[in-house]
Design a protein around this ligand. Structure first.
Ligand code: AMP
Ligand code: GLY
Length: 426
C-alpha cells in the first residue's frame, strides 16, 4: 500500500515504524515527519494542519490510505476533505472529532449515551462559573473545553484554586479560545488507564491498555503535560475490566455518535479513571492515538496493523491483530522549561549503541545546518524498551533515557511506578 502518515511527533514515528515493520513493501510518506521518520520513510515538508497541501500530496503520491496522527487536523476537517475526494482515511470526520475538540460536546454525548463519567456543568460565562464553584465540593476539576495540548485540565484541591484556574482561562484567556467555554466537574478517585479502540464506527478492536504519566515530576507532581512516559500491559486492565469498558463506554459512545450523524472511524481513545472497586469512569475521549501510549502499544503488535487500520478506515469488518507477549515502557525526554515553555536548538547526543529491545522515537527534534541532531520542541524523544518483563523494560528505558544528553534535559525515572508496586506475575 501507499501510505501517508500525518504528523511529526513521537506517536507518528512509532506509527510509521510499526507500519513499515508490518509490511516492508509499503511505500511510506510522513508529513511533516521528523529526523527519526526520515531514516526509513519519505518526509514531506507539509505541516500537519495544512489541509490543502495534504490533500494535494495524497493526490500527487496516489495514496491508498491516509493515517492521521494528531487531533488538530481532524478537528479542522482533514478527514472530511479527503473522504469527499474519494480517499480512505484512518481518522474521524470533524463532527465526530468533537469528542475530543469540545469537552462540552463530549460530556453531552456521554450523558445521552449513559456512559459513566464525572458529574459536570459547562459554562461560557465567568461569573456563572465562579458562582457554581462557590458551592462545589472539594477537590474539583476545571477544564478548558477546547483543544489545549493536554494542558487544559486543572485538578484543584480547593475552591480557591478553581477560582484561579477559571480566572486564568476565562478572564485572562491564557489558553486562547480553548478556554472560552469551561467544564467544571467532580474529582474522580482511582487509577487512570488509556484504552485505545480501533473502530470502523460500529465494532472495536482494543490495542493493549496502557498507563500514561501526565505530570511533569516524579511521584506525579507538578503541572500536567502531554505525557512523560507510558507502559503496557497494565495489570489492573483485566479482560473483565476491558470488556466492561467496551460494553459500557466504547460501544454506546459509537452508537450515539452514529445517531447524531457523526460516525467515528479511526481510533477512539478513552481516558478511564478506574475506581478501586473496578468501576470505570471516562475522564476524557480523544479522537486519535495517544502520545506517548502509541510508543509502547504499537511495538507490541507483531502483525496485522495495516489491515486493521485499512478496514477501520473503509468501515469494513475488523480483522484481528497478533500481539507480542511482552512488556513495554517508554520514557519521554523533555526540553528545558517544558511544559510552560520549551527550548530549541540544543545539541543531542545519543548513545553509540542501543540494547536489544530499545528504540528511540523522535518527537521534537530537528537537524541543524551541520546535520547534527538538536532539540526542537517540548517533548524531544521517547525511549521505548520492550522486554519479557515489566521490570526489565522499565530499567532499560530509564537507563537509556539517562544516557542521552542534551542541555536542560528533563525526564522521570519512575515511569510505571504503580505497576512496580503491584505483584506482577509476568
Ligand atoms: P484531561 O485533559 O481531561 O485528560 O485531563 C488531564 C488529566 O487531569 C487527566 O489525565 C487526569 O489525571 C486529571 N483529571 C481530569 N479530570 C479528572 C477528574 N474528574 N478527576 C480526577 N482527575 C482528573
Ligand atoms: N498521552 C495523552 C494523550 O495522548 O492525550
Amino acid at each position: 500500500m501507499r501510505l501517508l502518515v500525518v504528523g511529526g511527533g513521537g506517536r507518528e514515528h512509532a506509527l510509521a515504524a510499526a507500519l513499515a515493520a508490518d509490511d516492508p513493501t509499503h511505500v511510506l510518506y510522513v508529513a511533516p515527519g521528523n529526523p527519526g521518520t526520515a531514516s526509513f520513510a519519505t518526509n514531506l515538508s507539509i505541516a500537519a494542519d495544512d489541509i490543502d497541501r495534504l490533500a494535494d500530496a495524497a493526490d500527487a503520491h496516489a495514496i491508498d490510505l491516509v493515517i492521521v496522527g494528531p487531533e488538530v487536523p481532524l478537528a479542522m476537517g482533514l478527514a472530511d476533505r479527503l473522504r469527499a475526494e474519494g480517499r480512505h482515511v484512518f481518522g474521524p470526520v470533524a463532527a465526530a472529532a468533537q469528542i475530543e475538540s469540545s469537552k462540552a460536546f463530549s460530556k453531552d454525548v456521554m450523558v445521552a449515551a449513559g456512559v459513566p463519567t464525572a458529574a459536570s456543568r459547562t459554562f461560557d460565562d465567568l461569573d456563572a462559573a465562579l458562582a457554581y464553584v462557590a458551592t462545589h465540593p472539594e477537590p474539583l476539576v476545571v477544564k478548558a473545553s477546547g483543544l489545549a495540548a493536554g494542558k487544559g485540565a486543572v485538578v484543584c484541591a480547593t475552591r480557591a484554586e478553581a477560582v484561579d484556574a477559571l480566572r486564568a482561562m476565562m478572564g485572562d484567556h491564557q489558553l486562547g479560545h480553548a478556554g472560552d467555554v469551561v467544564v467544571i466537574e467532580a474529582f474522580l478517585e482511582g487509577e487512570e488507564l488509556s484504552v485505545l479502540a480501533i473502530t470502523n464506527g460500529r465494532d472495536v478492536r482494543l490495542l493493549p491498555a496502557a498507563q500514561d504519566h501526565k505530570r511533569i515530576g516524579e511521584g506525579d507532581t507538578g503541572p500536567n503535560t502531554g505525557g512523560m512516559g507510558a507502559y503496557t500491559p497494565v495489570a489492573i486492565a483485566t479482560p473483565a475490566v476491558l470488556e466492561r469498558i467496551t460494553q459500557d463506554v466504547l460501544l454506546p459512545t459509537l452508537r450515539e455518535l452514529e445517531r447524531r450523524g457523526a460516525p467515528f472511524r479511526g481510533v477512539l481513545y478513552a481516558g478511564i479513571m478506574l475506581h478501586p472497586d473496578g468501576t470505570p469512569n471516562v475522564v476524557e475521549f480523544n479522537c486519535r492515538l495517544g502520545d506517548p501510549e502509541t510508543e509502547v502499544v504499537l511495538p507490541l503488535v507483531r502483525s496485522g496493523l495495516s489491515a486493521l487500520l485499512d478496514a477501520a478506515a473503509k468501515g469494513e469488518p475488523l480483522p484481528k491483530i497478533d500481539l507480542i507477549d511482552a512488556a513495554a515502557v517508554t520514557t519521554v525526554l523533555a526540553s528545558a522549561g517544558y511544559p510552560a515553555s520549551s527550548s530549541k536548538g540544543d545539541l543531542i547526543t545519543l548513545p553509540a549503541t542501543l540494547d536489544e529491545g530499545v528504540t528511540i522515537y523522535h518527537a521534537g527534534t530537528a537537524l541543524n545546518k551541520d546535520g547534527r541532531l538538536i532539540t526542537n520542541g517540548g517533548r524531544v524523544l521517547a525511549v521505548t524498551a520492550v522486554a519479557a518483563t515489566f521490570a526489565e523494560a522499565q530499567a532499560l528505558s530509564r537507563d537509556t533515557a539517562a544516557a542521552i544528553q542534551f542541555e536542560g534535559k528533563q525526564f522521570r525515572r519512575d515511569i510505571g511506578w504503580r505497576e512496580a508496586t503491584r505483584v506482577v506475575s509476568r
